[in-house]
Ligand binder design. Structure first.
Ligand SMILES: [Zn+2]
Length: 293
């Protein structure tokens, strides 16, 4: 069994489980008052998944929380042939890792705080759920002993996102981990609850767009396929999320869910990153919805 700092710090952190004992509702990320002692691991199936939640991670870094990034796959299959002419798997992998390195440098994440695991992939370039991959994620979790893990939501059209979520569940149960998971809303998420929400304004959206554009291969692919870039794709999602959460009237600061009145849309909450949370206590998971039920 692995002990992390979370058990000792939950009293200091206004966890969503304490803030809303009555059931699922949105709360602002800032309201959680995450203690700076809590360490964070981002389990990113692909290079660029870190950037999708960059504003939330930036807030944590500014508060002094230790952040570590583990990129699970090479991301080679996400590079268009036209972007990397004649590029073999190794060349395309190095290209995507180079993009993530530059993005991390811009973010201010030191080299020692990120790693590229290059887990096994099948012939189609998808992450496999084999023993070897499980063991390497398990080792990463044991080494970093995170209190909070950010990873994709399992209800997602992307196979790598789904597999990452289910492997984490397997490991957390088997190793009896105590930690909190923040499941990320991504453009490929099918459906999830917006339980913790990080609102941000245009200034931070501009910073995030600049960060995302370091992923030149993805910027290029999105422009080709969709007619707009990776940066715009994510910021559109963030705008839709903000509008939906505000319309649902659940993000009013320091109001109980019962008394919540819709917060007015303003430039300060034009964009939002959002998360569904799970609390793992010695390998047993619970969600807000479960606790409410
Ligand atoms: Zn991804």
């Amino acid at each position: 069994m692995q002990q992390t700092g979370l058990a000792h710090h939950t009293s200091a952190m206004r966890s969503p489980f304490q803030a809303f004992p009555e059931g699922p509702a949105s709360c602002r990320f800032e309201e959680l008052e995450v203690p700076p002692e809590l360490s964070v691991l981002v389990l990113a199936p692909h290079p660029d998944d870190f950037d999708v939640i960059a504003v939330t991670l930036r807030r944590l870094r500014q508060e002094g929380n230790l952040i570590h990034l583990a990129v699970l796959t090479s991301g080679a299959s996400g590079v268009e042939p036209g972007f990397c002419l004649g590029g073999d798997w190794e060349t395309r992998s190095e290209l995507r890792e180079h993009e993530q390195r530059r993005s991390c440098r811009f973010f201010g994440l030191p080299e020692a705080n990120f790693e590229f695991l290059r887990l096994n992939e099948d012939q189609a370039g998808h992450l496999t759920g084999d023993e070897d991959n499980l063991e390497r994620i398990r080792t990463c979790l044991a080494d970093r002993a995170p209190d909070i893990v950010f990873l994709p939501h399992g209800n997602d059209t992307n196979a790598d996102h789904r597999r990452t979520y289910y492997m984490l569940r397997q490991i957390a149960a088997f190793s009896e981990l105590t930690l909190m998971t923040f499941l990320v809303r991504d453009p490929k998420t099918i459906e999830m609850r917006d339980e913790v929400v990080t609102f941000f304004a245009q200034e931070e959206a501009d910073w995030k767009a600049e960060l995302m554009r370091f992923h030149e291969s993805q910027q290029h692919r999105n422009l080709n396929v969709r007619g707009y870039g990776f940066d715009e794709r994510i910021l559109r999602l963030n705008q839709e999320t903000a509008a939906r959460v505000l319309a649902s009237g659940q993000a009013e600061e320091s109001a109980s869910p019962q008394e919540a009145t819709p917060a007015a849309a303003s430039p300060d909450n034009a964009f939002a990153e959002s998360f569904e949370v799970e609390l793992w206590e010695e390998g047993r998971p619970s969600t807000l919805a479960y606790r409410a039920g």
